[in-house]
Ligand binder design. Structure first.
Ligand SMILES: [Mg+2]
Length: 234
């Protein structure tokens, strides 16, 4: 075991874009909707309006597909100056329904990594988003049995991690978080003296984008894939 991780007892995993593909589906939905609205606005304009709408609505709807689709509908009404047809609105809603019924596509080597790590550590899942949707995805993923605890958080900030560790009666020095989002999975745990490993996913949602800390301030490791954690942790 790498010296940095010798105290680790519990590993927390993010789910979306860490264990299974997620952001790709949002991206594809956005591209379809841009096509539906091409009569009213350019893809760039649609994207800009959508980012604005999602940020504005985040505190009301939280994370997930439902909030995304409501923001899409609102954006469609705005960019079309209320001229968008009911037919197009219906198509947007249908795209959202399809997103809820997407199959779960695990990232490479997820089961192998979880199998090996679960022999040595207690594993927990810590994800944010829509409760019903995250439960559905976890069930479909077939990964439930690897985790001793599931936490679906409304947000993943320092205080959310603090509460989680208190709830688990765990010293932060014994906790390692692994995930694709610097903003949600990596920086907050390191700020409360826990460890974190960053495994970037090719697409990052606008709202999750943050600047990487300077090298000298960096308190986490970045790996290219999940399997690379084994070398450090086993
Ligand atoms: Mg994620």
């Amino acid at each position: 075991v790498d010296k940095d991780y010798k105290n680790i007892k519990i590993i927390g995993f993010d789910a979306d874009d860490t264990l299974w593909i997620n952001e790709t589906y949002f991206y594809e939905a956005k591209v379809s909707i841009m096509g539906l609205l091409s009569h009213y606005a350019s893809p760039a304009k649609i994207d800009q309006e959508l980012v604005r709408m999602e940020l504005q609505n985040l505190s009301t709807y939280g994370y997930g597909i439902k909030g995304f689709i409501l923001s899409m509908v609102e954006m469609a009404i705005t960019v079309s100056k209320s001229r968008v047809s009911n037919k197009i609105i219906d198509k947007i809603i249908q795209i959202g329904k399809q997103m809820h019924h997407q199959p779960i596509e695990l990232l490479e080597n997820v089961e192998r990594v979880l199998t090996l790590l679960s022999k040595k550590y207690k594993l927990i899942l810590a994800t944010k988003g829509d409760l019903l949707d995250q439960q559905r995805k976890l069930k479909k993923s077939g990964l439930r049995h690897y985790f001793q605890h599931i936490e679906i958080l409304s947000d993943k900030k320092e205080e959310n991690y603090k509460q989680l560790l208190e709830h688990l009666n765990l010293n932060p020095q014994h906790f390692l978080m692994i995930g694709n989002s610097l903003k949600s999975d990596v920086l907050p745990p390191t700020q409360i003296n826990a460890q974190a490993i960053h495994i970037p996913f090719p697409i990052t949602w606008n709202h999750e984008k943050v600047k990487e800390p300077k090298k000298s301030d960096k308190k986490y490791k970045t790996l290219t894939n999940l399997e690379a954690t084994l070398e450090l942790l086993i």
